[in-house]
Design a protein around this ligand. Structure first.
Ligand code: PBG
Length: 341
């Protein structure tokens, strides 16, 4: 039989035509399984002292002076972005072996106060980790080449109370040290902050995709002289593991976490999906600095359009099961979504 005739005769009998539901934008919208709205986004903000430089050498994001936060939070509020995640950048003179700045974390506390002074509509999420305050950039106190767990968690406890006192709504421990959620929950409750929530970075991988962030907060300096990125592998998860994320999630929930984070996002969609299906708590995904930089780089090379790639990656994170997404593109995405409505 002639090939075309055969093909046609078979197709004539086909009743299933899935393309019916893709024919026009309105029907695609109607049948879409997930949506993406500004209210799904969290804006990570690098905040620095008012006299510090705001440029970041990589990644196409900038730092904000503390005094700029009022405007920025009003902007988020107008765009419908529900929360800001703060990442203070302190001067290198304030960093030390014992991370003593973390006990009070003045810059974070000032930043929280500025946002709260501008608007009560915006939630403030703080990063509870000491990598920005140690001279070597590790998320813990280092002794004899080892990142100590318990001594470091003790510092997190002080840091958490300082953030809660300053008015933070959600504390996000991001270092994967053992027992931190239990300790933070206990000290918050004991100091009269039972309503402060904990978003635990539960499956934070020892990824190579955090490089531009470390540029932005200046936490790579010591990597050359001490433990280096290898040290991070002693507390962040191995990228080869999936089941371990479930174990970490169960521990964190048991210890009192309200929300769980998977980080990075796009390369870990399977982990997001697993935790979304198995834990029953809202899962946050972090589109990290390396991912965001890749989007920017592809766009500046002319390989993909920035707006389209940003929205597509965010939609894919939502499809995998992320309830909320931390992205440096939150302001842009919110504007794009508004314009497309
Ligand atoms: C602090 C922290 C890091 C990031 C978020 N919180 C850096 C790191 O763990 O080295 C990375 C975020 C990003 O790459 O966008 N522990």
């Amino acid at each position: 039989m002639e090939i075309s005739a055969l093909a046609r005769s078979i197709l004539e009998t086909m009743r299933a035509r899935p393309r019916r539901l893709r024919a026009r934008p309105w029907i695609r919208d109607l049948v879409a399984e997930v949506g993406l709205a500004p209210s799904d986004l969290v804006l990570p903000v690098f905040v620095c002292a008012d006299d510090a430089p705001v440029e970041v050498p990589s990644m196409g994001a900038r730092r904000y002076h503390v005094r700029e936060l009022r405007d920025l939070s009003r902007q988020c509020s107008e765009l419908g972005i529900p929360a800001i995640a703060l990442f203070p950048v302190v001067a290198s003179e304030l960093r030390s072996e014992d991370a003593k700045y973390a006990f009070t974390d003045e810059l974070a506390c000032r930043a929280i106060a500025e946002i709260k002074a501008a608007t009560r509509d915006i939630g403030v999420i703080t990063d509870v980790a000491i990598d920005r305050y140690t001279t070597h950039g590790q998320d813990g106190i280092v002794r004899d080449g080892v990142v100590l767990n318990d001594e470091s968690v003790e510092i997190l406890a002080h840091m958490a109370v300082a953030h809660a006192r300053a008015g933070a709504d959600v504390l996000a421990p991001s270092d994967m040290l053992d027992g931190r959620v239990e300790v933070i929950r206990s000290v918050l409750d004991a100091t009269g902050h039972p309503d402060t929530a904990i978003l635990s970075y539960t499956a934070k991988y020892a990824s190579v995709q955090y490089g531009p962030f470390r540029d932005a907060v200046g936490s790579t300096a010591g990597f050359t002289s001490s433990l280096g990125p290898e040290g991070k592998k002693t507390y962040f998860m191995d990228v080869r593991n999936r089941e371990e994320a479930l174990k970490e999630a169960m521990l964190d929930l048991d210890e009192g976490a309200d929300l769980l984070m998977v980080k990075p996002g796009l390369a870990f969609l399977d982990v997001i999906q697993m935790l979304a299906e198995k834990t029953g708590v809202p899962i946050a995904a972090y589109q990290v600095s390396g991912e965001f930089s890749m989007i920017k780089a592809a766009a500046s090379a002319g390989w993909c359009k920035y707006e389209d790639l940003l929205i597509e990656t965010l939609v894919c994170l939502r499809r995998a099961g992320a309830k909320m997404i931390f992205t440096y593109g939150a302001l842009d995405a919110a504007k794009i979504l508004q314009a497309r409505r």
